[in-house]
Design a protein around this ligand. Structure first.
Ligand SMILES: [Zn+2]
Length: 716
């Protein structure tokens, strides 16, 4: 959610197997503050938020009616979260003034008589706010966006624009009646009740009603001169609210949304729960899954030509999936953030796999694994479910997003597809419109499958770390037997356990492939597999299911075989591992074949990156060919490698790529390659390029970098 909902990038860095050295831990998670779920004295039922937004003065005037039920006897004072606005008046539902006091962060309203448990009351607070630091963002016009205002309520900032109980364990219905100048349109949660023009004042009032309960951080509004493009999934309205300049990008950016709704309805076994689905452009860092009205960074808007490299499918499907995981059922406290974000992240993988096929799906999961491992190796390891955090935002990291998604993938592998997806369906139906914690999910697994997987959740959710395997294989000619020695070599301090995992081992010979699942339970174990001949390939974790690091040294011949024959993850791994044999010409030959001929683009790119590191005179010729690959990422990688040769003789090749390539990223890389060559006579050409418009201004940025690069180099 929010800035942590990253755009899906294609920059997959292949993680080489690391030795089991304890990574430098820059953050000591155990020093974080101990948190617990917030208690309540009342149950808020409904907020009716009437708000007048003045963009000129960056101010707002609100009248919010709070309806609530006491949860205990003798409730004399209702304390609401309220920050950055001044309350001027509070009146009861009968119009009588109520006593109140306001502090920095709270509004305390005295009830005329103490409320009894179960008693329901309403009162209305009037208030004024200016230049808010959080909650509402007034944004000036820029080249990228028109002048606008939008709410930025996650994770606990909604009380900066109306008084409420601002914690996700309290679900409410709400209305928003937003008055803005008549040139703006207001998007918000739920159904549009009315749009009323106030001609004399030059304003318009949008009345939205969210009739089904949700958590307060999901309450949203945005006002801008939007163009609203209408689409639908059956009778469900699907709308795209974009800035006028982005209207032509709607189809490449959002066009698959109805297909995604259809896919998630089927996959989750629960039809899309809300009255409509809007995606609304805002100038933020990522997406925020406000109920039925996702706030989406305008940076995802992409044209047809750049769609294949900068597809919005990842973030669009992720935010859509939150309409179930996060909005329909919601984390009860931030300790359980994974119930929103791991499920959202696994869902974006599910759709990606469905939309683009198995190889792309495998690459997507590998990217998620690499992203978690980077955090684990450079920053910290922590339990995914943790009641230690200084801010809720601490929980929105690469443990919650990718690692949690991979935990769900392992759970699916363990349960089988039918039981796994039945569990998801049960979990949604059992807890719809409610707040949940991890024990609710574990109970759903038990209810649906009958299996007690406490050991699985204990090691993957409640303990930190992951297994780091050292694997050695040997074939015994006399016994016709492959011996596989598996050692867990992770650092066992800080609560990191010895992991218990099923692993699929594949033995490939000329006769074919045989697979067997073995259970690794101890620090050191040895397994045996009969094999009449020396295997061509021994594969540990066939199917790439586990969260793991592995060191598994292979002979040169085995790597050459793996590069040509294994699955995409194995082929990419072999391309990188072949650098251990960089002086053997067979490595170059095999990588050259792979770089030009592998059916999957990411393997070709991996081979290009490996070739770039071989000091072989033939490599420039190969890279010049791969710079014409059908996939832009391979062309970009080739230009990076060619540029690193710093060969002025290649400048014409780069200029031609700039002139002819259809991809802005490739064209930008060709300019950087010219810059690396360092020829001062190219500066006038680069200066012209610096004025060329492109997606995210990539070409102009690269041209300026290239000029700086030329100027920093000595001329002959
Ligand atoms: Zn998310």
């Amino acid at each position: 959610m929010n800035s942590t909902c990253r755009l899906v990038t294609r920059a997959i860095v292949l993680v080489l197997a690391l030795a089991a050295s304890a990574a430098a831990q820059q953050v000591d998670w155990s020093k974080k503050a101990l948190q617990s779920e917030r208690s309540r004295t009342y149950d808020a039922l409904h907020y009716r938020i009437a708000i007048r937004l003045n963009l000129d003065q960056q101010s707002f005037d609100g009248e919010t009616t709070v309806t609530l039920t006491a949860l205990g006897d003798g409730l004399e004072t209702v304390v609401l979260d309220a920050e950055e606005f001044t309350v001027t008046k509070v009146v009861s539902e009968w119009g009588e003034p109520l006593e109140f006091t306001q502090s920095d962060k709270a509004l305390a309203v005295r009830m005329p008589q103490p409320l009894k448990r179960g008693e329901t009351r309403s009162f209305t607070c009037s208030y004024h706010g200016e230049n808010p630091k959080a909650g509402l963002r007034f944004v000036a016009e820029s080249a990228d966006n028109p002048r606008l205002v939008f709410s930025d309520s996650w994770p606990d900032r909604v009380h900066h624009w109306f008084p409420c109980f601002d914690y996700p364990n309290d679900k409410v219905t709400n209305e928003i009646l937003a008055t803005v100048s008549a040139d703006l349109k207001v998007g918000a949660n739920g159904r549009l009740v009315s749009v009323v023009e106030n001609k004399a004042a030059g304003t318009v009032t949008y009345h939205w009603s969210q009739d089904l309960p949700h958590s307060t951080y999901l309450i949203f509004l945005a006002a801008a001169p939007y163009v609203v493009v209408h689409d639908a999934y059956g009778t469900l309205p699907v709308n795209y609210w974009v800035y006028p300049q982005d209207e032509k990008k709607v189809v490449p950016t959002y066009g698959k949304t109805p297909k995604m709704i259809e896919y998630f309805n089927r996959t989750f076994g629960y039809d899309y729960p809300w009255q409509k689905y809007d995606q609304i452009s805002v100038p933020s860092g990522g997406g925020a899954e406000s109920t039925s009205a996702t706030a989406m960074t305008h940076r995802i808007m992409v044209d047809e030509k750049n769609e294949s490299e900068f597809s919005a499918v990842g973030i669009v499907s992720h935010e859509l999936a939150h309409q179930w995981w996060g909005d329909l059922i919601t984390l009860r406290s931030w300790a359980h953030t994974w119930l929103n974000e791991s499920f959202g992240t696994y869902s974006d993988y599910l759709y990606f796999h469905y939309d683009k096929g198995g190889d792309e799906g495998a690459l997507n999961l590998q990217g998620k694994l690499n992203s978690y491992l980077r955090e684990a190796k450079t920053r910290y390891v922590r339990p995914i479910v943790s009641d230690r955090y200084d801010q809720p935002g601490d929980m929105f990291d690469s443990h919650t997003y990718p690692k949690g998604a991979l935990v769900l993938h392992m759970l699916r592998d363990l349960l089988g597809d039918a039981a796994f997806f039945d569990t998801l369906k049960h979990f949604l139906h059992r807890y719809a419109f409610d707040a949940v914690d991890t024990s609710d999910f574990i109970r759903s697994v038990k209810t649906v499958t009958g299996q007690n997987l406490d050991w699985f959740f204990d090691q993957w959710l409640f303990k930190p770390g992951h297994p780091i395997f050292d694997v050695r294989s040997d074939w015994d000619l006399a016994r016709k037997m492959v011996t596989l020695k598996v050692t867990q070599v992770q650092d066992f301090t800080r609560g990191i356990p010895v992991f218990r995992v099923p692993v699929v081992v594949a033995i490939v010979t000329a006769a074919g492939k045989s697979t067997r699942t073995v259970w690794v339970r101890d620090r050191e174990e040895t397994f045996e597999f009969p094999s009449q001949t020396r295997p061509l390939l021994v594969r540990f974790d066939e199917g790439n299911i586990l969260i793991k690091e592995v060191t598994f040294p292979k002979e040169h011949d085995e790597l050459l075989y793996q590069l040509a024959h294994d699955d995409v993850i194995g082929r990419m791994s072999a391309a990188a591992e072949l650098l251990r044999f960089k002086d053997d010409p067979k490595s170059f030959d095999a990588l050259a074949v792979s770089a030009q001929g592998d059916p999957f683009w990411a393997v070709r790119r991996g081979a290009v990156e490996a070739l770039a590191r071989l000091a072989e005179p033939r490599r420039a010729a190969i890279l010049t060919k791969t710079a014409l690959d059908r996939h832009a990422s391979v062309r970009t990688a080739s230009l990076v490698a060619l540029g690193d040769l710093k060969d002025r003789g290649l400048v014409d090749v780069f200029k031609e790529r700039f002139a002819k390539d259809g991809s802005d990223a490739v064209r930008a890389e060709s300019l950087r390659a010219i810059g690396k060559a360092g020829d001062r006579s190219t500066i006038p050409f680069l200066e012209v390029c610096a004025a060329v418009g492109s997606f995210r201004n990539m070409i102009a940025t690269a041209a300026k970098q290239a000029i700086a690069s030329v100027e920093s180099q000595k001329q002959p």
